[in-house]
Design a protein around this ligand. Structure first.
Ligand code: TXA
Ligand code: MG
Length: 332
């Protein structure tokens, strides 16, 4: 495995060319996007896409996003480009928004997990865009972590999680947005908000001109498979996650310490409790999202058996953060 540091704003052309060459011959390259690091392969190469599933340990029923460098590039992967897609792309691309649309026939079924739709996104990161352009093909990329583990926001996270399962890691420093893109399904009408991210629901609805609907909750595992993006236990650290209201935080931490456990706290307000590995989070949703996965990784690195996470606010701005916390806290 080769790890190359690149300037996030102006990556060296040689590093990008080397990474693109790996993609073009069917290999795997981890690269930064503005949200999280992606585990990339040629989206149009069936064998390369299968290598992603193997490296991640990802079940084959969970489809992967194709990353593109322009609207035209996205249009080449779908059979229809509705007005809604154009409006959302105009407003939010490049950026942390993924659109699900009817799949063009040449898009491999391995990428879409057998579905007749494909997810497309134009990322707002110079390294990702340069790589897609140099490879001259769409790049399939899930988050560059093993299945169900915490997503990577640094090259160190990628290296620890995937190590030698990837040929190259482009290290562009920590990512800026911090949690995965918002996913909107436009193959249905009305559009469905499959996965909340950092974009405000109100802003999305304002651009669409119609309300977004929520996916029907999956009652059991088979249904979760039918509704990708809804796998419950996901983004989970090794430490057992407890969501705790601010008013109960100090009491809960004391109880865990008292029980002799190695305890972590991911908090908004610093409690006066000793012997706890504490990570204080920013009080704004964007800052919190940016630092969330690094905090979960840090708690694991500190060897915590349990982590108490102070519940953040529940307003629209926090929807993406609360979605990831709910999944991280879901029992194994
Ligand atoms: O920010 C992101 O989206 C990151 C970076 C690398 O771009 N990628 C990412 O990929 O989070 P992944 O594989 O971890 O999540 C992709 C999500 C999953 O929830 C998947 O089920 C959903 O997109 N998805 C992909 N294709 C789909 C499709 N055809 N229909 C419905 N959902 C789809
Ligand atoms: Mg993921």
């Amino acid at each position: 495995m080769i790890r190359i540091a690149v300037d996030a704003a102006q990556p060296a052309p040689q590093a990008i060319a080397d990474a693109a060459a790996i993609i073009r011959r069917g290999g795997l390259v981890a690269f930064p996007t503005e949200t999280v690091y992606g585990l990339g392969a040629d989206a149009l190469d069936d064998a390369a896409v299968r290598r992603i599933f193997t490296a991640k340990g990802r079940p084959s029923y969970n489809p992967i996003i194709a990353h593109v460098a322009s609207v035209e590039h996205a249009q080449s992967l779908v059979t229809t480009w509705p007005e809604w897609a154009q409006r959302l792309a105009d407003a939010f691309w490049p950026g942390p928004l993924t659109l699900v649309l009817p799949r063009a026939p040449h898009v491999p079924l391995s990428l879409t997990a057998g579905r007749d739709t494909v997810a497309v996104r134009m990322p707002a990161h110079p390294v990702a865009l340069a790589l897609i352009r140099a490879a001259n093909r769409p790049i399939a990329a899930p988050s560059a972590n093993r299945f169900t583990e915490v997503s990577p926001t640094t090259a160190d996270h990628v290296e620890r999680g995937l190590g030698s399962r990837v040929e190259m890691i482009l290290d562009g420093g920590p990512t800026n947005v911090g949690i995965e893109s918002t996913v909107v399904d436009l193959s249905a009408s009305p559009p469905v908000l499959l996965r909340p991210g950092t974009l405000s629901r109100l802003a999305l609805e304002g651009v669409l001109g119609v309300p977004l609907v929520d996916p029907a909750p999956a009652a059991h595992a088979d249904e979760a498979r039918a509704a990708p993006g809804m796998i419950d236990r996901h983004y989970a650290p090794n430490a057992r996650v407890q969501m705790v209201a601010s008013a109960n935080l100090a009491t809960q931490l004391l109880a865990e310490v008292g029980a002799g456990r190695r305890v972590g706290g991911i908090v908004l307000n610093l409690p006066f409790v000793r012997d706890v590995y504490l990570v204080q989070m920013p009080s704004d949703a964007a800052g919190y999202a940016r630092e969330l996965y690094a905090a979960l990784h840090a708690v694991d690195d500190a060897g915590c058996e349990v982590v108490c996470i102070e519940m953040p606010p529940t307003s629209d701005a926090w929807a993406g953060v609360n979605d990831r916390l709910r999944r991280a806290a879901h029992p194994a």
